[in-house]
Design a protein around this ligand. Structure first.
Ligand code: NAD
Length: 260
């Protein structure tokens, strides 16, 4: 069974991993609803690139901190495309600080964007998938959904929460041909990580190259950054017929990080 012609919503797909997944799905002939915070020229450029694959691509600017806007993202997708087969919860932000100094507003924003948004999209999407009798939900968690690092309290808590939501969702829809799984990437070179490299280089008086090798790739045993194309391929596999019995679990694409 091919997923050509199906419809995917990818939150936070104007950059990094979400954008890579959008391109991979467009290449596979899947129509794409993209979302994220970006300048209109950037969005137009992305839509043009996606449409070059011969699929329908639309942008919705829902802010993932706003449940009403998230609901509108899902209902607009169904209205515009006539279906919603695949949901990829990917939007995320990061803040690095010790707990004592962690701003309350950053905790709230990370919980809203990295965790609660996946609840709201899933809640609005499940009735559509149940009616269609088929669906795939993929949550982009993180190695930090399985293990912790200091100074990332909100991120680690939210990503552990995403894994819990993934398991619960899987059980609630298992008999309806709907699967729900998490992908847990290790370090991927995206704007979210580039910012952390800059901050670490400054705070530790190290070069950016040293930060990459001595800090980031220290626990990534392959000593390679994960490529967005690898995550897109993993997501496509989870949407295939071969993965119909894979549900409620996580696939770690982390260079061995969480094995140690
Ligand atoms: P990124 O910063 O490149 O992209 C994040 C996307 O989320 C962007 O499109 C941004 O516009 C969007 N976004 C942010 N706030 C939003 C909001 N309020 N409403 C709507 N969209 C919003 O980051 P990335 O590295 O591609 O991260 C994507 C996901 O992958 C995140 O959930 C992140 O936690 C996860 N992840 C990243 C890595 C990594 O090493 N880069 C590792 C593991 C997990």
């Amino acid at each position: 069974m091919s997923i050509k012609g199906k419809v995917v919503v990818i939150t936070g797909s104007t950059s990094g991993i979400g954008l890579g997944i959008a391109k991979g799905f467009a290449q596979a002939g899947v129509n794409v609803m993209i979302n994220g915070l970006a300048e209109s020229e950037v969005i137009e450029g992305i839509l043009e690139e996606l449409r070059d694959y011969g699929i329908k691509a639309i942008y919705h600017g829902a802010d993932m901190t706003q449940p009403a806007q998230i609901k509108d993202l899902i209902s607009s997708t169904v209205a515009e495309f006539g279906a919603l087969d695949i949901l990829i919860n990917n939007a995320g932000i990061q803040k690095v600080a010790p707990i004592e100094d962690f701003p309350d507003s950053s905790w709230d924003a990370i919980m809203a964007i990295n965790l609660s948004s996946a609840f709201h999209t899933t809640k609005a999407t499940l009735p559509v998938m149940r009616r269609a009798g088929w669906g795939r939900i993929i949550n982009i968690a993180s190695a930090h959904g399985l293990v912790a690092s200091p100074f990332k309290s909100a991120y680690v808590a939210a990503k552990h929460g995403v894994i819990g939501l993934t398991k619960t969702t899987a059980l609630e829809c298992a008999e309806h041909n709907i699967t729900c799984n998490a992908i847990c990437p290790g370090w991927v070179m995206t704007p979210l990580v580039e910012k952390q490299i800059e901050d670490l280089a400054l705070s530790r008086a190290m070069s950016k190259a040293q930060v990459k090798t001595d800090i980031l790739l220290k626990n990534q045993w392959t000593k390679k950054f994960v490529e967005v194309e690898e995550l897109s391929a993993t997501a496509l596999f989870l949407c295939s017929q071969a993965a119909q019995n894979i549900t409620g679990t996580n696939i770690n694409v982390d260079g061995g990080w969480t094995a140690a």
